[in-house]
Write a protein that binds this ligand. Structure first.
Ligand code: G6P
Length: 368
């Protein structure tokens, strides 16, 4: 097993560090020069794409969090209404799926029972199914009409890391493709996003090269009892993933909250010293986030911000900052999640937890 870990203490750390390659492999061959996106396993014709009037994204756990980013991006780029659903909820709520719907199923393993059941339900109602999965020949891949493979390689640690970032990348590829086919984005905009995607791998590496900073913050904060993750827009979706990572491997209670919603409840839980992780990567929401940060610092919270390098002035408003390289705000989730994975990892290690095999959890849940 030590050999399989390639010199890392845990599979999770190895997989976190494999993300530059996983992202590069998932993009390989799919971003030709120009504005086009090449997705060979997707047989949806231009006509099929133009007939879609609603998209459902269905998944569990981390894959669901990737779906939330997908919803935001597809609506923004392709102007198709998207609902992101937890698979175990979707199948019992009689969703308004029909033959004009596209159901996107995201599953690392391709074997999650709830996800499979939701997919079959959507298929029964006449929806076309597009699977985003990491396992070639898995059940979702076999049963779907179209497949978009993530090329993360085998993921062993129960807490998903590289599968998530490659699922995000797949969401961008799809959103750009749908946007171009429906004529809802310009070629220039598509090319800009493609160039941002091509730079991700190197930028992830930059964050990884700086993991000592995150480890120090983890060592200073691992005794926290509760942690609150705050964000707006895409940062809110990333907060949910950061919170899940932390709770599943460190057993610290944590919650993700839409920063604007704080004042409607969670603010009551902020006390002197409460740890808050604030995500600040969305320039158009910067001022709003600053005022939410103020709401918690006034109550004594200890705030660690995850912000873009160019946002240096944030230092005045918080206790610590983890910087990520500047990027277009659309692709920021792929970078912002990396320090959150590292923070969860190092806090769990500091607490002596079994990082790769957290209690009560399984890598693939094949029972409902
Ligand atoms: C389990 C794993 C999670 C994963 C979820 C969905 O709960 O512990 O890491 O996100 O299943 O798995 P899937 O294989 O469908 O992506």
């Amino acid at each position: 097993e030590a050999a399989e870990k390639g010199g890392y203490q845990h599979f999770m750390l190895k997989e976190i560090n494999e993300q530059p390659k996983a992202v590069r492999d998932t993009l390989a061959g799919r971003l030709p020069d120009g504005s086009d996106v090449k997705l060979d396993d997707i047989k949806l014709s231009a006509d099929d794409i133009n007939k879609i009037n609603k998209i459902f994204i269905v998944a569990c756990g981390t894959a669901y969090h990737a779906g939330l980013v997908g919803k935001n991006l597809i609506e923004r780029l392709a102007k198709i209404p998207v609902e992101a659903d937890i698979a175990s909820e979707f199948r019992y709520r009689d969703p308004l799926v029909d033959e004009h719907s596209l159901t996107i199923v995201i599953s690392q393993s391709g074997e999650t029972a709830d996800t499979l059941a939701a997919m079959r339900e959507a298929k029964k109602k006449g929806s076309r199914i597009l699977a985003v999965t990491n396992v070639v020949g898995s059940s979702v891949a076999r049963e779907a009409d179209d497949v978009l493979y993530t090329w993360a390689g085998p993921e062993i640690a129960v807490a998903s890391t590289k599968a998530y970032t490659t699922q995000l990348v797949s969401m961008y590829l799809l959103a750009i493709k749908l946007g171009l086919e429906r004529g809802t984005i310009t070629e220039d905009y598509a090319e800009m996003l493609k160039s941002e995607l091509r730079q991700l791998s190197e930028k992830i590496q930059k964050i990884l090269d700086n993991q000592d900073t995150v480890q120090k913050l983890a060592d200073n904060n691992y005794t926290a009892k509760d942690v609150f993750f705050l964000g707006r827009g895409l940062d809110y979706s990333v907060s949910m993933e950061g919170s899940l990572k932390l709770k599943e491997i460190s057993y610290i209670h944590s919650e993700a909250y839409a920063a604007g919603e704080l004042k409607h409840g969670t603010l009551a839980l902020i006390e002197n010293g409460t740890l808050v992780i604030a995500l600040v990567t969305q320039k158009h929401l910067y001022d709003k986030m600053l005022s939410n940060i103020k709401e918690v610092t006034t109550r004594g919270a200890h705030v660690i911000a995850v912000a873009l390098e160019s946002m240096r002035e944030i230092e005045k408003a918080v206790d610590d900052v983890i910087y990520i390289p500047d990027c277009a705000e659309e692709v920021a989730p792929v970078l912002a999640v990396i320090p959150l994975q590292l923070l969860a990892y190092y806090m769990a290690v500091a607490r002596g937890c079994d990082v790769d095999k957290p209690r009560n959890l399984a890598k693939s849940v094949t029972v409902e």
